[in-house]
Design a protein around this ligand. Structure first.
Ligand SMILES: [Zn+2]
Length: 138
């Protein structure tokens, strides 16, 4: 019975891909010779590699390649649009905050006496005359 949870099994792929040191290679090869699960794993990886090697020379039809290129360009465009949208939102928010904090402080309130017509005005003031005309106080 094969032991599918062998502690060496995660390293079998590295052995197959030649991503192990020489001492580890010796250790793993010795283990594979004794462990059916790891030997089976290595055989499956080798079969998969042969399958990929055979299919490497098979070209996809031009229409599929063109469509893939178009879809990749489209997705890149979407990523760019998303990035630009986020950048625009950040700039907009920063400008809003800047404007909020840099708006002129509340205009100082004018004294009430300056807003009311002086009762002692003799009516010579041209501004008062215009206002009186505008508001129908001839
Ligand atoms: Zn094993």
């Amino acid at each position: 019975m094969e032991n599918s949870s062998c502690e060496f099994r995660p390293r079998i792929c590295a052995l197959h891909d030649d991503e192990v040191s020489a001492p580890e290679r010796k250790l793993l090869e010795a283990h594979v010779a004794l462990c059916p699960a790891c030997a089976n794993e290595l055989r499956q990886l080798q079969a998969l590699a042969r399958l990929f090697a055979k299919s490497r020379n098979t070209l996809a039809p031009r229409s599929i390649l063109a469509r893939l290129k178009w879809e990749i360009a489209w997705k890149d465009g979407l990523k760019l649009a998303r990035t630009l949208s986020i950048a625009a939102a950040v700039i907009f928010a920063a400008c809003t905050v800047w404007i909020w904090y840099n708006q002129p402080s509340n205009t100082p309130e004018l004294p009430a006496s300056s807003l009311s017509l002086r009762s002692d005005s003799d009516g010579d003031d041209p501004v008062v005359q215009v206002m009186m005309r505008e508001y129908g106080h001839d």
